[in-house]
Design a protein around this ligand. Structure first.
Ligand SMILES: CC(C)(COP(=O)(O)OP(=O)(O)OC[C@H]1O[C@@H](n2cnc3c(N)ncnc32)[C@H](O)[C@@H]1OP(=O)(O)O)[C@@H](O)C(=O)NCCC(=O)NCCS
Length: 115
């Protein structure tokens, strides 16, 4: 058993530019329909991007062949706190935790995974 941590930070302006240029096609690239329903502002879209990168880092592979953006599903609990599930069971995750924050033009996420 081991504890893995991953973190990521992204400029909210960078996400806004991609949204301006590609609109929904950009969201579709990394968010499921249910995740898109949770996104009411660019800060959240940026936070979800950072979250998926952080989760992929905690898994030790990064977004790529092993795990894609759409293999990770971010959800919110009744208090609006984020958490996530993976579509694949191959990583044998025992427990996990996700935290997202945004301020001063940046969104940051930290993911902790117990494997
Ligand atoms: C919830 C709270 C901690 C968020 O902190 P903040 O400084 O306002 O905002 P931050 O940018 O740091 O964080 C925002 C992110 O925190 C996450 N978040 C929201 N509510 C959360 C909660 N209850 N627990 C953990 N994370 C939470 C979300 O991912 C949110 O971003 P998103 O909605 O765009 O996805 C803050 O609003 C707060 O203390 N609220 C008052 C108490 C409260 O609402 N409690 C909820 C029940 S415990």
């Amino acid at each position: 058993m081991g504890i893995k941590v991953g973190t990521d930070i992204i400029s909210i302006k960078r996400i806004q530019k991609l949204l301006d240029k590609f609109g929904n096609r950009f969201l579709e690239r990394y968010l499921s329909k249910n995740e898109q329903l949770l996104v009411k502002k660019t800060e959240t879209a940026a936070g979800f991007w950072a979250a998926k990168e952080a989760i992929a880092k905690a898994l030790g592979c990064g977004i790529g062949k092993e795990i894609g953006f759409l293999d990770i599903e971010i959800k919110k609990d009744d208090n609006n706190a984020p958490y996530f599930n993976l579509k694949s069971k191959k990583f044998n995750i025992i427990d996990s935790s996700l935290s997202i924050s945004h301020d001063s033009g940046f969104a940051i996420a930290v993911a902790v995974i117990i494997i």
